[in-house]
Design a protein around this ligand. Structure first.
Ligand code: NAD
Length: 268
């Protein structure tokens, strides 16, 4: 008898930046539903191996692969490695991202370029190579020809002082997702994004590990808690499934209400 909880059995996912945080949780959530997962990492081999081990513990196939998503040749090699290991790519989770924060006039060109290169160009390259692979392999076990999930942020719409490179990259990513979705829908390729609010991971450890800073952050979250990586991983697994087959070009906000103008909750 087939196990209804393993609704991604036979599907192959590539998750970029899966050695920690949201990428790791996404890889594990996909594996729990039966998907085979290529666990991409940039530097943290131990983290990637930990993700692979946790996927394997869920009876899913998983391999770790080092690749810098801002480099075209490495992204091509990453997708080729998934095909080599598992025969196809059905789901691309373009999750890798970095922050290099600075006040507007202190931000160096190098740090502007670095954040755009990973958070925007890296997603573009990962999505583009996935689409090429979807076309090469043709329709498989899902209703869609292929599925792309990009990791945006509430800062694709909320301006963020001291983080202009990050906010601009995420705003660009949101338009990248919508435009690609429009262009690719007729082929049966679904392109969506998730816009997380504040999720406790390595990227913002300085905030949630500090009592004063985390209290200030909670003021911005009507639901009253900082998010966990699993809050996002669960949505990734659903978005990749046929249950979400009619969804494309959508940015799903998962933020405990951060985008709800919390400053107005006491009548402004
Ligand atoms: P994280 O630092 O734990 O994860 C980021 C991952 O990206 C790491 O595994 C890192 O190694 C990888 N990475 C960085 N540069 C890379 C490169 N060049 N090539 C491949 N991988 C690379 O932080 P996270 O919070 O899990 O972030 C994951 C994504 O979620 C990012 O895109 C981030 O912008 C987004 N996001 C996070 C939050 C949050 O509050 N944590 C909120 C909104 C959006």
């Amino acid at each position: 008898m087939t196990d209804a909880t393993r609704f991604l059995e036979g599907q192959v996912a590539v998750v970029t930046g899966a050695s920690s945080g949201i990428g790791q949780a996404s890889a594990i959530a996909l594996a729990q539903r039966g998907a085979a997962v290529l666990v991409n990492y940039a530097h943290d081999e131990d983290g990637a191996e930990e993700t692979v081990r946790r996927c394997s513990d869920l009876d899913a196939r998983a391999v770790a692969l080092k690749a810098d998503v801002s480099r075209e040749d490495e992204v091509r090699a990453m997708v080729a490695a998934a095909v080599e290991a598992f025969g196809a790519v059905d789901v691309m989770v373009a999750n890798a991202g970095i922050q290099k924060d600075a006040a507007f006039t202190d931000l160096t060109l190098a740090d502007w370029n670095a954040v755009l290169a990973v958070n925007l160009t890296g997603a573009f390259l990962s999505m583009q190579e996935a689409v090429r692979q979807f076309r090469r392999q043709g329709r498989r076990s899902s209703r869609a020809l292929g599925k792309i999930i990009a990791m945006s942020s509430v800062h694709d719409v909320i301006p963020w002082a001291g983080h202009v490179n990050y906010a601009v990259a995420k705003a660009g990513l949101a338009m990248l997702v919508k435009t690609a979705a429009q262009e690719l829908a007729s082929e049966g390729i679904r392109v969506n994004a998730i816009a997380p609010g504040a999720i406790a991971t390595a990227i913002n450890r300085d905030v949630w590990s500090d009592e004063t800073k985390s209290a200030a952050l909670l003021e911005l979250i009507p639901y009253g808690r900082i998010g966990e990586a699993d809050d996002i991983g669960e949505a990734v697994a659903w978005m990749a499934s046929d249950a979400a087959d009619y969804m494309t070009g959508h940015i799903m906000v998962i933020d405990g209400g951060m985008e709800l103008y919390p400053a107005f909750r006491d009548n402004g």
